[in-house]
Ligand binder design. Structure first.
Ligand code: ZN
Ligand code: ZN
Length: 457
């Protein structure tokens, strides 16, 4: 009897301007949304050797369910270090684990047959497979007399595949270019991309690397390694020859410089400007930088591939090129998954370091709620609050990053008036009611984040 009376009091206390009690929260996984994520499908020195393609193939089902629509693989061709190579020392672009050279038939990642099987399985799951393309330099040549240097250099390449043989004239300096100012490493094996044979073998001929990888191996797109080492025209020519998804590794925090590469090539770039902003914001306890600093996604959102960590940053020892702690990486993922840009998830962060359920929630938030314009509502050293305005039936979201040592309750102005909102990050299971102005009091745990939207929509 007492219980019923209590319920009645509650009902009477509702004013007419308040909504009916809403059901929900919305099951984001069941909602149509738009926008997958890329997964970097490797880390530095993957183990065990020769098993990686099989391992990745076994992971495909889980990654598809997570919302991954593209998988970036390490360079697939035989390198100088043979079965130990991570692929960034290319020797034979047409040996994908099928010829006995550099001391091994399979690459570090496995055999050609296993690579074929992986790509086929990914395509059956409607996932694109992205090749890591190393065009700047080669390794693993034999010693020969180099007339351009007047000494012996390791520039004689006689690949077992028989395709793309090279010698001194294909590298700098040669008859075309005396030197390449950007040849910062592998200086004696720095390819000349204007040599007719190099152009022919890379993208021009029907048996070029580009056409073989696209039409025979089945790759859907490209991650161009170390493009600072050559001209944007190289990438442009490659894309004109084969098309597909393309993203540049322009390792530079300068937004103007990133933009110039994107504009000259017409493809996307990893947002290193945003990466450095996040590194300094989270590791340096200054979240205001997220608001104040330029980034590629703020200016060319369709061309920005945002990321938190990769195979290079994970092994940085200086800390300045790495978002250090698991807590800060989680905050950084909360930031990129709720903001514009195409996010890339790093293998080890997902598989080893972070809570898979939290990442999965963020991927769903990215797909369903992270829509519309960005308005930053507040930023200081420890807090960052931003809103996505929503579009096409998506109500948008409100993100609060709390990098302080305290749980914090804050009053925020949401766009939702007299509404029930819910923390879709599920770091809490809070339901909060907004007033007629959209005001709400939200709580976010220490060194954590909350992502609010309508509980029902
Ligand atoms: Zn050249
Ligand atoms: Zn750091």
């Amino acid at each position: 009897m007492k219980w019923i009376a209590f319920l009645l009091v509650l009902t009477w206390s509702c004013t007419s301007s308040e909504p009916e009690e809403v059901s929900g929260p919305v099951d984001l996984a069941a909602r149509p949304g738009k926008g997958g994520i890329m997964l970097q499908g490797f880390y530095w020195d993957v183990e065990p050797r020769h098993q990686w393609w099989k391992h990745v193939e076994r992971k495909l089902g889980e990654w598809q369910e997570l919302g991954v629509d593209r998988i970036w693989l390490p360079p697939v061709s035989k390198g100088m270090s043979g079965g130990y190579s991570m692929g960034y020392d290319p020797m034979d672009y047409f040996d994908l684990g099928e010829y006995d050279q550099m001391g091994t038939v399979p690459t570090r990642f496995g055999t050609r047959a296993e690579l074929n099987s992986l790509i086929k399985a990914a395509h059956e799951r409607k996932m694109e497979v992205i090749a890591d393309i190393v065009l700047n330099h080669n390794s693993g040549g034999q010693l020969e007399y180099n007339p351009f240097r007047n000494k012996d250099t390791y520039t004689l390449f006689t690949p077992a595949s028989g395709r793309f043989p090279r010698k001194a004239e294909h590298f700098h300096p040669n008859a075309i270019h005396e030197k390449d100012a950007e040849a910062l490493f592998f200086e004696e094996q720095d390819l000349c991309h204007e040599h007719p044979q190099v152009k022919k073998w890379f993208w021009e001929s029907d048996s070029s690397v580009a056409k073989y990888y696209k039409h025979t191996v089945g790759f859907d797109g490209w991650r161009f390694d170390y493009v600072k080492g050559f001209s944007p025209d190289v990438v442009k020519s490659w894309m004109q020859a084969v098309g597909g998804f393309g993203v540049l590794e322009v390792w530079d925090g300068n937004t103007d410089y990133l933009r110039s590469w994107v504009e000259k090539t017409g493809i996307k770039a990893f947002d290193f400007a945003n990466f450095y902003n996040m590194e300094q914001a989270f590791d340096g306890n200054n979240l205001q930088l997220l608001m104040d600093r330029r980034a590629l996604w703020k200016e060319l959102p369709e061309q920005a591939v945002t990321f938190v960590n990769n195979h290079d940053t994970e092994k940085d020892t200086q800390q300045g090129n790495r978002i250090g702690s698991a807590v800060n990486r989680m905050l950084a993922y909360a930031y990129i998954f709720t903001h514009p840009g195409y996010p890339c998830l790093f293998y080890s962060d997902y598989e080893k370091l972070l809570d898979k359920k939290k990442i999965a929630r963020l991927v769903q938030i990215h797909r369903v709620l992270a829509k519309g314009k960005v308005n930053v509502l507040f930023a200081d050293a420890n807090h960052y609050i931003a809103q996505r305005t929503g579009e096409d039936g998506s109500p948008g979201l409100l993100l609060h990053l709390n990098n302080s040592a305290q749980n914090v309750k804050r009053e925020v102005i949401t766009p939702w008036k007299n509404a029930v909102i819910y923390d879709y990050s599920e770091n809490s299971t809070q339901t909060v009611r907004t007033d007629a102005q959209g005001r709400a009091e939200i709580t976010t745990a220490s060194q954590s984040y909350s992502v609010w939207s309508l509980k029902n929509f």
